[in-house]
Design a protein around this ligand. Structure first.
Ligand SMILES: [Zn+2]
Length: 565
């Protein structure tokens, strides 16, 4: 890697990245220690290896790839023998079929590029990587695929221990689950197609591909999972569902396994459900402080109906679990009716509905009420019978929590009316409705000031004002998406005298909404806008999550659009 190195030092001097006295000291150090000049500059701490690599890339007009911030597909070890990778200090980064992008310590070494072209049997697109990072990557990748030790074996050992059985398949499952837990994944998909096995993690609502175990291991993995989930290992032709418990770094997790036969083998989907200990507070969900206070006050009421609404995947279950954890004190009898039971709570009695045997939400609720509960969680109100039963339970001295599929907080009232709850029952039972959506959070590692386009700014009534807005540039920690983690955006409807009068008089949904905003309800778009202005998310994300574009002809109360005028 000597080629052109003196140019690099010269260029760095010219650019003012190093001073003449530093160069002089470096030159002396190089002579004394028999090092090359660049090595000496690194050794004396004047420049980092990374800075040097970036500078070289600029001089030679060759792209620089920062391996520290790069997700490498270790399956690419199959493209190039370990000995060649080590000798040429090169690793295939992306395989685009005809062209393979190869990370090299010295991409100007045309002889090496030529050899790579022959070995890979493809056109080679060389990019520059920092020498040491690249040799580490090569060592790590080949040790992983050789069936060797995982790079992060401490977490894995803990996991494997709880899974029992020291078979390679059990170890592989432990490794996958530990990695999924570390990355905060809610789901793990392992599926074979004609040629490959694919491993994907669902993180923040989206699937992300991960390096997989060998395809040949697939039958063993599936067999092992069936044993762990108490399923029939011999049954391969029918869908099966089961569950098992998995402990990651001391935190128990329920893993729900679903197996589906496909033409290429059994497709595995695991859902990772945290147990009660992982539930934090409302604030940790990203709910604004003033709303948290109001929600907590509402939950202090001895009876009534409190609803959390939003479409599927809007985080309703997490919010309800957080509420339930707060209410699950020894002096309260807490019962839940769920489909399926999501998070297990100590003390609470939790029922799973099973319509096949006639145990519906409404039927289960009637039985539960005979068990003298103080607090009842009804997983979801989907039809009229459950809606009426929930209102009734709230009217007869119980605190009932439930969720609904509705567009916004006031729309929930409309939905209850539509399911046959008379206005007087809604007025007497409903305490409040928290509507929510999840917004992806801007990655803290690569956030930079954002200047959204004029249309987007106008939609939020912002004019030219971009103060506080940020977006993620994309980095290794967020897999170049610019987002990491999610927060809730909410609006809270609270029942009061004025609202009751409107509902009693069968006022139109828009009228109720207008009045609620008038009396202080902060609409979700406004909450989202505030979160964007505080740098938690982007305007783009708010408009996507709230489908603001889709709202048409609505009054000011529905969308910010009309504020643009
Ligand atoms: Zn990032």
């Amino acid at each position: 890697m000597t080629q052109g190195n003196d140019f690099v030092i010269a260029a760095m001097l010219e650019e003012g990245l190093i001073r003449q006295d530093q160069l002089d000291a470096g030159t002396r150090y190089a002579e004394e220690h028999e090092l090359s000049l660049p090595e000496a500059m690194v050794a004396t701490g004047v420049v980092s290896r990374r800075q040097m690599a970036i500078c070289r890339a600029e001089i030679f007009e060759c792209p620089f790839v920062d391996l520290e911030a790069f997700e490498v597909n270790i399956r690419n070890t199959q493209l190039l023998a370990q000995s060649s990778a080590e000798r040429l200090v090169a690793f295939p980064l992306f395989d685009l079929g005809d062209v393979i992008t190869v990370g090299m310590a010295d991409p100007l070494d045309l002889h090496a590029v030529d050899q790579l072209r022959r070995l890979l049997k493809a056109e080679v697109d060389p990019v520059l990587c920092e020498h040491r990072a690249l040799t580490e990557l090569i060592a790590q990748s080949y040790s992983l695929t050789a069936g060797g030790v995982d790079a992060d074996s401490s977490a894995v050992e803990g996991a494997v221990g709880t899974l029992a059985g020291g078979s390679p398949a059990a170890a592989a499952i432990g490794r996958i689950l530990a990695q999924a837990a570390r990355e905060g994944a809610s789901g793990v998909h392992i599926g074979p197609d004609e040629h490959d096995l694919h491993l994907r993690f669902r993180i923040d609502g989206r699937l992300h591909e991960r390096p997989v175990p060998d395809r040949a291991q697939h039958p063993d993995l599936v067999r092992r999972l069936k044993v762990m989930a108490s399923l029939d290992p011999a049954q391969t032709g029918r869908p099966q569902d089961g569950r098992f418990r998995f402990t990651h770094e001391g935190h128990p997790m329920d893993v729900r396994v679903s197996l589906m036969p496909t033409i290429h083998g059994e497709n595995v989907v695991m859902r990772l459900v945290s147990s009660e200990t992982s539930i934090k507070g409302f604030r940790e969900l990203g709910i604004a402080g003033d709303i948290v206070e109001q929600v907590e006050t509402a939950l202090d009421r001895p009876h009534g109906l409190f609803l959390v609404t939003g479409p599927a995947g809007s985080g309703r279950t997490t919010t309800l679990s957080t509420a339930l954890k707060r209410l699950n004190t020894p002096d309260r009898n807490v019962m839940t009716i769920e489909d399926p039971v999501e998070i297990r709570m100590p003390r609470a009695r939790q029922l799973q509905v099973s319509p096949e045997i006639g145990l519906t939400f409404a039927g289960a609720l009637r039985s539960v009420l005979r068990q003298d509960p103080d607090v009842v969680l009804v997983g979801e109100i989907r039809e009229a019978e459950t809606a009426r039963a929930a209102c009734q339970a709230a009217l007869t001295g119980h605190l009932v929590l439930s969720s609904l599929h509705s567009d916004d907080a006031t729309d929930a009232i409309e939905r209850l009316r539509g399911m046959g709850c008379p206005p007087f029952a809604i007025n007497a039972s409903l305490i409040g409705v928290l509507a929510q959506r999840l917004l992806r959070s801007v990655c803290g590692s690569c956030a930079k000031p954002d200047a959204p386009d004029a249309h987007l700014l106008r939609m939020f009534g912002l004019g030219q004002d971009c103060a506080g807005l940020v977006r993620g540039a994309g980095c290794g920690r967020c897999m170049s998406s610019g987002y990491r983690g999610r927060i809730a955006t909410t609006e809270l409807f609270l029942m009061d005298r004025a609202m009751q009068e409107l509902i009693e008089s069968n006022a139109a949904a828009e009228t109720v909404r207008e009045a609620a905003i008038e009396s202080g309800m902060r609409p979700m778009w406004r909450d989202g806008l505030e979160k964007a202005r505080m740098g938690f998310t982007t305007l783009e994300e708010v408009s996507r999550a709230l489908a603001i574009d889709a709202v048409s002809g609505a009054a000011d109360v529905y969308a910010p659009r009309s504020r643009a005028a």
